[in-house]
Design a protein around this ligand. Structure first.
Ligand code: ADP
Length: 484
């Protein structure tokens, strides 16, 4: 298949046409370290062109009836579904995830786009009972304008859909900047969006130096909103930059998600769910479990169920049939996991499985880390405070509900948490007590198209998914109308 060629060049998209630059950036296969393609490294002038074109395109796109915007989105989803296999292969090659997961992500990408194609038709305003005779109080919902969208490497297709689809459905025009390590799948999705004959400038995609593009978008007052998914560090910087022109911001940032398992839980289900969540996408999931708090009475039983699942995981490049776990995205990611595991072991954690980088046959040039299970993890270890973003499950123990709630909340993050118990009154208390934007009770799947996903505290602002995901791209206009 041609996507394994090392000379493949993907153009950017500005004002409805292909854009290139003299400088190019390589894209690497994380399983082999080999170059698989190149993308433009745009200069500031080109990024400004993208903003110019989005700004010009905005009034007529915003004025288009929602039903017509919906047609473009549905057409886009259909083109993605048609090329599902090819897109999944590209995604897996570039990002490293197993082909099975990549196929699921592409299906989800199309699903998100279709959902917002419909939701855009329901961006209703309001009529409020007036105070005076002859008066009407009206609330309009309008698209915010030109928006900058910055996406991460872990779900490089789905996150494009979670931002581009609601933005376009709302009537905004967009400039997308995908992650440096995974731009090709975003560009491949965009090519299909352009094939719908979307009006020029409505959707633009730029690649290049993140800080240059970021600075261009953030310093331009015509960009009225920024929607970002990535690290808390970069998110804070963008928020500061957004203050200059008081842009609306949506931030999906890091997490430090706990999973709490009580003695009355279904341990078989808990072990299967926790492992599925923890090792999906090689642990590179923002709502991935960082810490498993097992009640002391069932700790050993839970570990006995988790261990064989972890040991059975097959690590291989994403295109190998039966692969469960691919490589991490880059060397930096491996080094972070190595550092966290080293620190934990030095402070008394036990390695029950894995615990090392894989360097043998087929792994040497890639960024593979063995699926790892650590027990005896304690609160003084770095791994309990930093987001792991890798295939390492950590087990801590607790005695009381109060103690575990206090520990689970003792973090600057507030993205997701999970609880396993069959006690209804406890479920109620825990839901009230956990300080996270999303909670999974007796299950770990959270990212559904129709539900509002997002964090509190330093995990972010705003929501993606559901009608709330559309509202992020709209502002209210209130009118007090007196009829004379
Ligand atoms: P990660 O650590 O997962 O790579 P980052 O926050 O660094 O997370 O990256 C998420 C996205 O933010 C990527 O698209 C990246 O290119 C982009 N990014 C990184 N630095 C900046 C910046 N200074 N301004 C704008 N975007 C940035």
């Amino acid at each position: 298949m041609s996507i394994t060629r090392t000379d493949q060049y993907f153009f950017n998209w500005i004002n409805g046409g292909q854009a290139e630059s003299e400088k190019a950036m390589p894209v690497l296969n994380p399983a082999t370290g080999e170059m698989i393609g190149r993308v433009p490294d745009l200069d500031e002038a080109s990024v400004r062109n993208a903003v110019d074109s989005a700004y010009r395109a905005f009034p007529s796109w915003a004025a288009l009836p929602a039903r017509e915007r919906s047609r473009y989105l549905n057409d886009w989803a259909q083109r993605i579904e048609q090329d599902r296999e090819q897109l999944a292969r590209l995604l897996s090659l570039e990002q490293g995830k197993p082909l099975r997961e990549a196929l699921g992500e592409i299906a989800g990408t199309a699903d998100i786009i279709r959902w917002y194609a419909e939701e855009g038709k329901r961006a209703y305003g309001e009529i409020i009972p007036a105070s005076n005779a002859g008066q009407q109080l009206l609330v309009y919902r309008e698209p915010v304008g030109v928006v900058g969208l910055i996406t991460p490497m872990n779900f490089p297709a789905a996150t494009v859909a979670r931002k581009v689809a609601p933005a376009l459905a709302a009537g905004c025009t967009v400039i997308l900047k995908p992650a440096e390590s995974t731009p090709m799948i975003a560009l491949a999705l965009f090519r299909r969006l352009m094939e719908t004959e979307l009006p020029a400038g409505v959707a633009n995609l730029v690649t290049g130096d993140a800080s240059v593009i970021g600075q261009c978008l953030m310093s331009d007052a015509r960009v009225r909103k920024i929607s970002f998914t990535g690290s808390t560090k970069v998110g804070k910087r963008l928020m500061e930059q957004a203050a200059q022109s008081v842009k609306k911001v949506s931030l999906e940032l890091g997490g430090n998600s706990p999973a709490i398992v009580f003695p009355d839980a279904d341990l078989d289900k808990a072990a299967a769910d926790l492992a599925a969540n923890k090792f999906e996408n090689c642990g590179q999931v923002c709502n991935g479990i960082n810490l498993i708090y097992a009640h002391e009475d069932i700790r050993d039983a839970l570990i006995a169920k988790l261990l064989p699942i972890v040991q059975a995981l097959k690590v291989a490049p994403g295109d190998v049939p039966g692969a469960d776990i691919g490589p991490l995205i880059n060397e930096r990611a491996v080094e972070k996991v190595e550092r966290l595991v080293r620190d934990a072991v030095a402070k008394g954690a036990n390695i029950l499985a894995g615990g090392e980088r894989l360097t043998g046959d087929g792994f040497a040039a890639g960024y593979f880390y063995a699926p790892t299970l650590l027990s005896n993890v304690k609160r003084d270890m770095s791994i309990t405070h930093e987001e792991i973003f890798g295939p390492v499950a950590t087990v801590l123990t607790f005695k009381t509900e109060e103690e575990v709630l206090a520990n689970a909340n003792d973090t600057a993050y507030g993205l997701a948490s999970y609880v396993y118990t069959s006690d209804f009154t406890r479920i109620h208390r825990i839901i009230q007590g956990l300080q996270t934007g999303n909670i999974g009770v007796n299950g770990t799947s959270l990212a559904y198209t129709q539900a509002p996903f997002g964090g509190i505290k330093e995990s972010g602002i705003g929501r993606e998914g559901g009608r709330q995901g559309l509202e992020e791209f709209m502002s209210l206009k209130y009118v007090a109308l007196t009829t004379v």
